[in-house]
Write a protein that binds this ligand. Sequence first.
Ligand code: SF4
Ligand code: SF4
Length: 209
Amino acid sequence: MSGARNMLYRPTSRMGAADRTSAVASSFVVADGGQCIGCKACELACFAVHSQAGGIGASVGTVSVPVVPKVYVVRAGDAYVPVQCRHCENAPCAHACPVQAIRQEDGVVMIDEERCIGCTSCVLACPFGAIEVTPVYRAGHVVTQSGLTRHANRAALPRTAASKCDLCAETADGQPACVEACPNQVLRLAKGAVDSPPERRREVFFPRL
Ligand code: SF4
Ligand code: SF4
């Protein structure tokens, strides 16, 4: 699978492995799967907002790359369920990464695309299937991996990196694009309750359950 890349997140500091997964309760997008109609407006909004920084057109007729969002609507029988990163407090993906390309900032688990080597360890470690390793695009063109060629014809192969939801932290109002786009109010940003004791978190994060 290939797609647009989010180029906004470049860490200014490198945190040690012990610090990358602090005990801060995360914010994440909660989905009321029973109400989802499978229209995929959330996927398109996600792709559009993350394409802008990458110089990729995000409106109809201007997109020249595969549309790959960071939220995926999956079908389970007759129901549809949006799936994306849960920004785990002790993120298994970060622990699995051999090059410290994953960090947690204010409860948001983010991937440093430049540091990522595309090994897929985080994909295997994520319990929610929220991470994909996809080709990297810049300004509408795939980035090739230096020295990596197809055996048969020596054609250059794309550089790949891990991709997942980053809660649209770069938007002015901090509201994830998928939440805003959903016509059925299926998605909601559950604010990280840093001080919430574990026994209260279901109440804080899932008030409708
Ligand atoms: S794919 Fe990238 S982010 Fe994931 S574990 Fe490998 S190097 Fe780390
Ligand atoms: S936009 Fe809302 S209703 Fe449409 S697929 Fe996404 S979550 Fe479901």
